[in-house]
Design a protein around this ligand. Structure first.
Ligand code: ADP
Ligand code: MG
Length: 249
């Protein structure tokens, strides 16, 4: 089982890229699980079609902190991908990071990884603030590999640098390795050079470059990934190539 955490600034394209990579891997006949760790709870939306998935925090809040079984918190989406959303606290109260910790505890309690036996697990994690909760996937040994999604924009690189610092801080514990950077393009001047230089500075490499492509919005309007919409599109081919790169050991 390969456990890969995808981190990056809010709105940078983590969920879009994670779910389409997950779809590409599932298309190859592999078992995939995607766990959304963003209070926005929209990580797996484009894998679910018309199915509804209740975030773990919502299930727990409704049932006085109890979850009866995995069916309450996990739903199979596109090509059998097991989807989970951590969810978040009531706006204005509580801590979002705690939701992630609770979610991981619940998944452990019901032996989710043993039950579904996925070959690839993706954690889609908001990386604006890498507080204790948001660092859970890398701190508690859940994810062995980390991929950072960034553009060449300053704030995206700032978040990326913070994630790298968090990784360095947890080096002593179950060390998650920084696998590389995905450049999701915003088309700012010299973007590739800027991100290339950033990658070198933090001792890693760019493992994929995703262009801005309106086909992503077209797919999103139908609540599907570009992979499901049309695997022959140039953007889908880019994603399939990225998926193959991620699948390499
Ligand atoms: P995050 O999960 O990092 O918060 P999302 O994956 O939800 O970000 O992406 C935010 C928005 O940006 C989405 O609505 C998506 O349509 C758009 N988007 C992301 N990547 C691209 C891209 N390469 N080309 C066009 N639109 C994109
Ligand atoms: Mg997201």
């Amino acid at each position: 089982m390969r456990k890969i955490a995808i981190y990056g600034k809010g709105g940078i394209g983590k969920s879009t890229i994670t779910s389409s990579v997950a779809a590409a891997i599932a298309n190859m006949g592999r078992r995939v699980m995607q766990i959304g760790c963003d209070p926005k709870s929209d990580s797996t939306i484009n894998l679910l079609g018309s199915k509804t998935l209740t975030p773990v925090m919502e299930v727990l809040q409704k049932n006085g902190g109890l979850c009866k079984n995995l069916d309450e918190i996990a739903v199979r989406g596109y090509k059998g991908i097991v989807c989970v959303e951590a969810g978040g606290p009531t706006p204005g109260s509580g801590c979002a990071g705690r939701g992630i910790i609770k979610t991981f505890d619940t998944l452990d309690e019901f032996e989710a990884f043993k039950t579904y036996d996925p070959e690839f697990v993706f954690f889609d994690v908001l990386g604006d603030v890498v507080c204790g909760g948001f660092a859970t996937p890398i701190r508690e040994g859940y994810a062995e590999e980390v991929v950072i999604v960034t553009s060449g924009e300053k704030m995206a690189l700032y978040a990326a640098a913070n994630i790298k610092s968090a990784l360095d801080n947890f080096r002593e514990r179950n060390y998650a390795k920084l696998r590389g950077i995905i450049l999701n393009r915003r088309n700012i001047p010299n973007e590739i050079e800027i991100v290339q230089e950033f990658a070198e500075r933090i001792g890693t490499e760019i493992i994929g470059i995703v262009p801005r492509d309106s086909e992503i919005q077209r797919a999103e309007e139908r609540n599907i990934t570009v992979i499901e919409m049309d695997p022959e599109l140039p953007i889908s081919k880019t994603i399939i190539q990225l998926a193959a790169r991620i699948m390499e050991q």
